[in-house]
Every structure is written in C-alpha cells, then in structure tokens.
Design a protein around this ligand. Structure first.
Ligand SMILES: NC(=O)c1ccc[n+]([C@@H]2O[C@H](COP(=O)([O-])OP(=O)(O)OC[C@H]3O[C@@H](n4cnc5c(N)ncnc54)[C@H](OP(=O)(O)O)[C@@H]3O)[C@@H](O)[C@H]2O)c1
Length: 344
C-alpha cells in the first residue's frame, strides 16, 4: 500500500482527494492535516466519508509525520508547498502539489502574478508539470509534481492538437471559460455566497488572471513559438464544472479536424473526443476524471471552435492528482478513477 499524506484536508480539493482515494485499492491515507479542525474525525466533518476513514482525524501539519509517507499531496493555498516541499523531498517523500507553487518555470514571473517572492526557486528545475497528456514520461521519473490548474487543464487540452500540428495561428487564441463556484475554494468569501453567485453570471479578471501565464507556458511549448492568448474567465451559478469555449483561426481549411483530435487523444484514457457536431455538457463530467471535447468549424470557415469541459475538482485538480500518483508509482493510470460522471 502507498502511504499517503494530505496537507489541507478540509478544503474542496482535499475532500475530493479523500473521496477518490477511498476507492483506490493501492493507496492508504495515513495523515490528513488541518490547523483549524485538528482533532476532528474526518467523517464528522464530511459525513459522505463515514465508513471509509474510521479512526482518521485531522492533525496540525508536522513535517516529520508527513515525511514518513511515501507521497504527500498539497491541497493548500499557494505558498504552503514552497515552505514544506523541500524538507519532504530531502526525506525521500514524493510531493504532488495541487496549488500553483511549482507550475510556472519562471520564479520571477510567479512572483509577479502571486504578489510575493517565489519561496523555493531551487526546486523548480525538478518540478514536472503534471499534465499526463503531455508529460507522462517525465511524470514517471518525477519526485515533485505540479498539478495543472482547472482552467489551464480544460484550455490546454482543447488547444493542444491544433498547436502541436502547427495548424492554428498561435498569435490570436481566445479562451472564453466558465467555472463553477467551488473553483474559489471553501473559504468564506462574499462573492461565493449563494445569494451573490446564484442566478447570475459574470466575467472577472479580464485584465489578467493568474492562470494566464500557466496556460501561455503550456501553449507556447505546444506551438514551439510565442503565442498570443486572450483568456476571459467567468463565474457561473453551478457548484462544479469548467466549460471552455476556445477560438483559433486556421490557414488550411482542408484538414479533417475531427480526425486530428481523435488521433491525438486515441490513447488517452481521460480525454473523450465526442462525435462531430457534439456539444459537451459539464454535467456529463461531474465527479469524473474526464475532459470531454468537441471540435467545430462553423459554416466551414477558418475559425475553429473547440468546446472542452471538465469537473474543476476532478480532472481540474484532485482526479488529475490521483492520475499523477498512479503514473508516479507505476500503477494502471485509471486505478480508482474509472467511474462515470454523476448525471443528472
Ligand atoms: N477549487 C478548485 O477547483 C481548484 C482546482 C485546481 C486547483 N486548486 C488549487 O488547490 C489548492 C487548494 O484549493 P481548495 O479550493 O481546496 O482550497 P480551500 O477550499 O480554500 O482549502 C484550503 C486548505 O488548505 C489548508 N490551509 C490553508 N492555509 C494553510 C497553511 N498555511 N498551512 C497548511 N494548511 C493550510 C486549509 O485548512 P486549515 O486552514 O484548517 O489548515 C484547507 O484545508 C489551491 O492552491 C487552489 O488554487 C483548486
């Protein structure tokens, strides 16, 4: 059994890790931290987990206890993994970080977007960006994985086939993305209140969102050159889900885009290219580690529209983190992740 520690077990990605790992035949959660809920039994905080984690209670993060695990997930705000990851890695514990701490390769750029200096730039050279559809081989050898963000996962998976094939004009990419409210985490915030977020929809951070440099880094790598991206996130009145509507222009309109996407993801267990003309729905991936994609070229023109949906807490965070765990430990990548979405 793989001995797992989770730092930040009371947040939405933390409890989603617990839900997924409860079904994982090779992983055992040995340590789960929360400073505010230390001493509280996991099942008392999250009754959906009753019967799965008997005897497990939240504890204050302690590096010695965590270092006794084979792998530690960080489901914490940015900055926390910076402070603790080095010590764990030195002790031989693998780290899978769900926060943004190690996603950007450029520490100065990170500091610019996150408003504080990067806390562990010396670890960046060893950090692997945990998007299996791009970095599977690197993930196998990694000690430190940076799990991609939710918007970045939906957006990159949608654009990758076009950019890798050199088909899209990389200088004018548009990502129009919608997220459910759980994307903002469990912490109390007025904007996340039911009466504020319900029955309404709004764009935010049009000037520049923290996920912009992360998405740009991945798309630049896929295109092999600089890219120009306009990324506009929106908050929508649903609990889970990301819907990315992606626009790119192509010079060659004779290419069979459906075949291109199907071929790119033919061997990917968690990317589902839908039949031509489809409109994927966020509810079809609720609770599932799946990115569902459809590609369109309206009126046969040179503008391609890609629709990409994920559950922000699963393929956009904790499910992808477990997928990385499976790759890292040489297990079947689908282990504990093969359930279908919750519908209706
Ligand atoms: N929500 C999403 O859809 C989503 C998707 C992808 C990635 N992410 C990223 O995943 C991370 C966690 O997100 P979340 O939505 O689960 O957050 P959250 O609901 O706000 O939970 C944060 C967790 O971290 C713990 N924590 C906070 N400060 C800490 C500190 N200084 N040291 C140790 N533990 C600390 C909290 O527990 P205590 O304060 O009790 O210790 C809590 O359990 C974030 O970096 C977020 O950007 C989130």
């Amino acid at each position: 059994m793989i001995k797992v520690g989770i730092v930040g077990g009371t947040g939405y990605t933390g409890v989603e890790l617990l839900r997924l790992l409860a079904q994982h035949p090779q992983a055992e959660v040995a340590v789960i931290t929360s400073r505010s809920e230390a001493g509280v039994a996991v099942a008392d905080m999250y009754p959906n987990l009753r019967g799965h984690y008997d005897g497990l209670a939240f504890s204050v993060p302690d590096s010695k206890t965590l270092a006794a695990c084979d792998v530690v997930f960080f489901a914490t705000p940015h900055g926390v993994a910076h402070a603790l990851a080095g010590e764990l890695l030195a002790a031989g514990t693998k780290v899978i970080d769900l926060s943004a701490d190690f996603r950007l390769q450029d520490a100065v750029e990170w500091g610019k977007w996150y408003g504080q200096p990067h806390g562990a730039p010396e670890l960046l050279k060893d950090a692997v960006y945990g998007l299996p559809e791009v970095n599977r081989e690197k993930i196998r050898q990694a000690q430190l994985i940076a799990v991609p963000g939710c918007y970045p996962t939906a957006t990159q998976l949608g654009f990758l086939p076009l950019l890798e094939a050199g088909l899209a004009d990389p200088s004018r990419l548009i990502a129009d993305c919608k997220s459910g409210v759980s994307g903002a985490g469990r912490g109390a915030a007025v904007g996340s209140l039911f009466c504020e977020a319900g029955e309404s929809m709004k764009a935010y951070a049009v000037k520049g969102h923290r996920h912009l440099p992360e998405i740009s880094q991945g798309l630049r790598q896929a295109a092999g050159k600089d890219i120009g991206l306009t990324f506009v996130p929106h908050l929508t009145p649903m609990i889970r889900g990301i819907h990315a509507t992606l626009y790119a222009t192509v010079a060659d309109t004779s290419v069979d885009l459906q075949a291109l996407f199907e071929k790119r993801y033919a061997n990917e267990p968690f990317v589902d290219v839908m039949p031509a003309g489809s409109h994927p729905e966020t509810r079809s991936v609720r609770g599932a580690n799946v990115c569902r994609i459809a590609v369109h070229r309206p009126q046969g023109g040179d503008l391609v529209v890609v629709l990409s949906v994920i559950d922000n807490l699963v393929k956009g965070a904790s499910g992808q983190a477990v997928q990385n765990l499976n790759i890292l430990f040489g297990l079947d990548e689908r282990m504990g992740l093969s359930h279908a979405g919750l519908l209706p």
